[in-house]
Write a protein that binds this ligand. Sequence first.
Ligand SMILES: Nc1ncnc2c1ncn2[C@@H]1O[C@H](COP(=O)(O)OP(=O)(O)OP(=O)(O)O)[C@@H](O)[C@H]1O
Length: 425
Amino acid sequence: MNLSNEESAVSRFHCEMKPEQKGARARAPDERPGTYVDGVRWRQSRARGRSGSTGGHPLARHDARDEVVVPERPAMGPDFEDALPMPRRQTEALPELKQEPGPLPTSERATFGDLVATSAATRASFERMACAAASNATVLLEGETGTGKSRAAHAIHRSGARANAPFLVVDCGALPPNLLESELFGHEKGAFTGAIQRRVGAFEEADGGTIFLDEIGELPAELQPKLLRVLENREIRRLGSNTYQAVNVRVIAATHRDLREEVQAGRFRADLYFRLAVVGIPIPSLRERTEDIPLIVERILAGLGATPEQLAKLTTPDFLARLQRAAWPGNVRELRNHLERCLVFQSALPPTAPDAANPLVPASRAVDPLLTYAESRRRALESFERDYVEALLKLHGGKVSQAAAAADMDRVYLYRLLRRHGLKS
Ligand SMILES: Nc1ncnc2c1ncn2[C@@H]1O[C@H](COP(=O)(O)OP(=O)(O)OP(=O)(O)O)[C@@H](O)[C@H]1O
């Protein structure tokens, strides 16, 4: 399909088009005016070869070739992307913009790399991962914290043609903008105070391989146009340098955010979103795929070196059923931590039950007067911290920046606490 849009003022998500055998199915997300096929206004339509569709004024054409053409921006100077404004905040009523990746193909595939699953939802994700691995396309993994996005990214890399080349991970939420820019693109000596020598960035280091941009939704606004340029032109410029150099890097990005919502709110560039989501792969939360829990438990226990006796004790139908009923806001990571605790305490511990009156408040823990005051205090503080950040994150749907702002904490400090308590890697 060849789709063109010559009008810059078109809404960010004006319509969705899905290729079908004999053309394309197009869907307008709401009643907003101005989307036409062959002159007729529509919300859902099946378009044939060479129909014209206008969204307001713009013209969208498609033909039967299996190719999507995103309009190119005019060529400008090396810093042209820095001058591009962030899109304005959407002021009109927000339409229903939940991502609909289309019906995912059902798959027999119960493993991908070291990931295992039985649920249809996860097997469908595996199918997409396998397709992505066979290509060089940019991938966007979307799922809650701890669902296994990093593992999936690594598995895609390992299953593809770049398997023997480097795989570099950059957490876009963990560094302030200037350090992140240098981490990604490198810098020249003297580029800023403290740049005492030249530094190669992750894109250069990953040349020939894959770069995994974790928490891409946290990418600061000023770096978004720079990443867009890399994705469009496959070239980078070190901080403090005037020249671009070509890089051959496959990009896999991941986020726990709904990036479409971020685009609607004007916090994430629509053009960057489209460049990233060439292959979008949703990773379901653990509570949406409780059928996977027994297999995942076995896999995790084997990885943790559980003995056959421990394995038998922690895979009884009763214990597995309890695990399947738990909420797991931290998803597989939290499940893994729980199993590790079970091994340490040699017991099939019940998963932390949320307080009945307030599901966000975990049950209180008893104090042990046999411990010293200092040790008791340390443990209580530790336990408070974990419960607090876990509940905070759950309250804010896994959105770290939002949670940090609401709790009046520094985002980087919250990240540190989440990592310390195994709620984030
Ligand atoms: N299918 C699986 N089998 C075993 N362990 C898993 C599986 N999926 C995830 N894990 C474990 O869960 C933890 C979290 O996985 P991972 O870091 O890939 O999640 P994530 O979605 O990238 O998290 P975040 O969004 O916080 O970065 C890791 O310890 C990983 O080893």
